[in-house]
Design a protein around this ligand. Sequence first.
Ligand code: PXG
Length: 484
Amino acid sequence: MANNPLAPGAALVASVKEDAARTQLYDTAAIQQMDSAHYLHPFTDFKALNADGARVMVRGDGIYLWDSQGRKSLDGMSGLWCVNVGYGRTRISEAVYRQMETLPFYNSFFNTTNLPAAQLAAKLAEISPPQFKHVFFAGSGSEGNDTNLRMVRRYWDILGYKERHTVISRENAYHGSTVAGASLGGMTGMHAQGGLPIPGIVHIGQPNYVESGRGMSEDEFGLLAASWLEQKILEVGADKVAAFIGEPVQGAGGVVIPPATYWPEIQRICDKYGILLIADEVICGFGRLGKWFACELFGMRPDLITFAKGVTSGYVPLGGVLVGDRVADVLIERGGEFAHGFTYSGHPVACAAALENIRIIEEEQLVQRVAEDTGPYLKQRFATLGEHPLVGYTDSCGFVAGLNLVREKSSVVHDNVSFDAALAVGMVCRGHMFNNGMIMRAVGDRMIIAPPLVMTRAQIDEMVALIRHCLDLTLADLQRRGWV
Ligand code: PXG
């Protein structure tokens, strides 16, 4: 294709939306070839991807995406849990453009600052719980959690407790991909690559009622799962534990929504032993669960909050840590220089994007909408998928939801009969979703969504109908294979 603007070596002129819409301009095979020759994708079996070729996404608008062959998809995952205000928000692109024209970069290291960073710090203090008046900026959620690890250890050092360095986390947690992030995370597949976790990080079980709560009410199980923290504290020695870290609702681990009793009991245990609490709100923050920060929903009073993703709706990278008064006062008043920071801490363009993104969330009352209108509607509509013969369990919280694919259903969730994990039924289902215009993630045999917060009631209906259709296709496929 002679005028293919994205062919290797050709000028990149397809950046305007009109060109992107003219998909005949894209030579998909050439792009895939270029991609597999040079681009090592994250969390990807490189060889397998090279054999198949990556799908080339070229355009987004609202809750929809288009690929280079003109196929439209409903993005049930908000990109990767982040495009909270939806695609194509010209206001953010313009804010970014204006900032790039004015001051594309300057560092915050040597007694300098920039206007968007200072404004965003103040804005974050305004929208977060009252104990948060300070922020440390980073470039991603992983860097935010690296910052947390160094900051909590520094906090205890300054106070003279040099032994208090252990951080307790949870199995199957996701806290990022850097060495500290992957160590704090509880993914065994990640630990197996590169000798992780690093010393001083230990894990307890996750509050997964469906997996571990047989014979108990949800509330009883929540207390039991929280008691694992106290057990671990006593095992490590209370005088050696710096902090506990957890996602209010575990995201990448499969949308694990904890019983209502869990976080208040975790908070009580942290208070009892004086341990810092870190809420990793990289997914849960910025309205996803119907509050600016999900700790407000669950009775948590964290000392630190990790954020990223929704702070800019993913338009440009930004992450960091909200630092509560308990830690900030010690660092500021007694700490001297904190020897930590990134070139892009407080990047003016990223902060400008965040400010405009937050303005949109406020003006369109997206947090309130998720709490009072579209969140409850999603819960009600998504629950109807529980009637499908393949679906053993559904649940949701704000704008995250999940359903479990099972071989045989029972009225008691713990008596559902699972598929053999080796069949990878979740991936079969994900394939049908992907090929039929529905982007939904599979975590084992649990299918999960985290749609853009701008999704309307009509679009929720459209999404649920599309998911049901793809579940039908999955069932027919499994029947053909003789797996059901
Ligand atoms: N904490 C949480 C709770 C996350 O979900 C990170 C930290 C790391 O953020 P960065 O910006 O460094 O990626 C995340 C990221 C998935 C998936 O498969 C989820 C994430 C990243 C990649 C894949 O669901 N979450």
